[in-house]
Design a protein around this ligand. Structure first.
Ligand code: MEV
Length: 445
């Protein structure tokens, strides 16, 4: 490891210069440079688009792009694009999709579509003046944003509401603004409107309320909220318990009963709830990335929503009433199908086309259904075979690649581990055994 020194003016250098400097900090700098250059796009123009997505870009970082077919959502089939590195997530989604397609598929519904943002400010002095000016101030704020909101209004969106909120501390207030951003995720639109409002708030008070240049308003910050409980979608699965069939050796009734217990545990126990919800986000994030959406925003909002009662809980609920297995996911999803990366990333636009160019509501339904599918499959494995069986089967291939195993030997390993527990150690032992190396072509286990 070479010593890392403070770098000045780094961001102003060219990509080649940056790469050279960074590589010089690594022992095998030539190999480092080669590996990084090896991941550049063959098309220079395309590479430039990637470079400009972010700052100090040196290369691209590959992730597998897979698809989960057979998603029957509201009586329509989808082939769903998923970008994720974790082995078995795509397989799990596809397995659950196929299972439920034979039982009526997913029923999904968008419950609400608004988002909020705030101007956080303090008010020094007589707050009665703030309240008595409120109606006039509200009009002023709305007028100040008309240029920004004109396009969105034409599409049926814009600012839906402005409320003055008295904050929990003396002298702290918020302008809470509710937005409809139609097919856009809308982060830039919301933040631009809020920043304009914060300037107008100061100006209005200056002109109408302040005395002798003493403005009582100090704007602390203006920013959208990634908590979007009013941008909510529901996806559900349901069939007669008897129609579940035998699952991994459990009768439908045993399966339903155990499944119910597992969901109850995820309602009550935060350790389990977080893992349960992580399984939902496995699917959600993968589709979010494939469609150019901000998965960090989605995760943040989803986790906050799962703690809305005051305790963190599972995002899914199960009912077994009247002999019906009915499983539901309700989740806030702030997504977009226009703007952002959607037209820039060479694969995002194809992901959207693969989904039939959905509007944002349709995409919300697809994404929620994939999250529910991944969770269903995870719980299904957990209460029957355990997850290691499925996980390690996929993971075996990663371990074999780690050891640089040739294709014909891989098949041998797959046969060997069909009924054995996969672990890094076990695979190494197997590979070191004479069986794998010396007789690879002849021996079938
Ligand atoms: C692994 O990525 C996700 C699971 O742990 C989810 C769960 O436990 O429900 C399998």
């Amino acid at each position: 490891m070479k010593e890392v020194k403070k770098l000045t003016g780094f961001s102003k250098l060219t990509k080649a210069e940056k790469l050279k400097i960074v590589a010089d900090h690594v022992e095998a700098s030539d190999a480092f440079m080669e590996a990084f250059k090896g991941c550049w796009h063959a098309d220079e123009q395309q590479q430039q688009v990637f470079d400009e997505f972010s700052e100090n870009t040196l290369t691209n970082f590959f992730l597998p792009y897979g698809v989960a077919p057979n998603f029957l959502i509201n009586d329509r089939y989808y082939i769903v694009p998923m970008v994720i590195e974790e082995s078995s997530v795509v397989a799990a989604a596809a397995k659950a999709a196929k299972f439920w397609a034979e039982r009526g598929g997913f029923k999904a519904e968008v419950l609400s579509t608004t988002k909020v943002g705030h101007v956080h400010f303090t008010w020094q002095g007589n707050d009665e003046k703030l309240y008595t000016s409120w109606e006039a101030l509200k009009k002023y704020l709305l007028t100040s944003t008309t240029q920004l909101t004109a396009g969105m209004q034409k599409r049926g969106g814009g600012i839906k509401q402005i409320a003055l909120i008295d904050g929990p501390e003396v002298g702290y207030y918020q302008l809470k603004v509710t937005f409809e951003t139609c097919d856009a995720m809308g982060a830039n639109f919301i933040n631009a409107c809020l920043e304009e409002m914060s300037r107008s708030l100061k100006a209005f008070v200056e002109e109408n309320v302040a005395e002798e240049g003493d403005n009582p308003v100090e704007v602390i910050m203006s920013i959208l909220s990634n908590y979007t409980p009013e941008c909510l979608v529901k996806s559900s699965l349901s069939c007669k318990i008897s129609q579940l069939g035998c699952i991994n050796g459990l009768s439908p009734e045993e399966f339903a009963r155990k499944f119910e217990k597992a969901v109850k545990i995820a309602k009550r126990d935060v350790y389990r709830a977080v893992t349960h919800n992580k399984g939902i986000f496995n699917g959600i994030d993968a589709v979010a990335i494939a469609t150019g959406n901000d998965f960090r925003a989605i995760e943040a909002g989803g986790h906050a929503y799962s703690a809305r009662s005051g305790s963190y809980q599972s995002l899914t609920t199960l009912s077994l009433a009247h002999g019906i297995f009915s499983y539901e996911l309700k989740i806030p999803l702030a997504l977009g199908v226009v703007g952002g990366l959607t037209q820039l990333h060479p694969l995002v636009k194809w992901s959207l086309r693969l989904l039939g160019n959905p509007n944002v509501s349709e995409l919300m339904k697809v994404v929620a259904s994939v999250g529910l599918a991944n969770n269903f499959n995870a719980v299904c494995s957990l209460i029957t075979t355990g997850i290691q069986q499925g996980h390690m089967k996929m993971h075996l291939s990663n371990i074999l690649n780690h050891f640089g195993v040739a294709d014909h030997q891989k098949q041998l390993a797959f046969n060997h581990f069909k009924k054995k527990t996969v672990s890094f150690h076990a695979v190494r032992e197997f590979l070191e055994s004479k069986v794998a190396y010396n007789h690879a072509d002849n021996i079938s286990e």
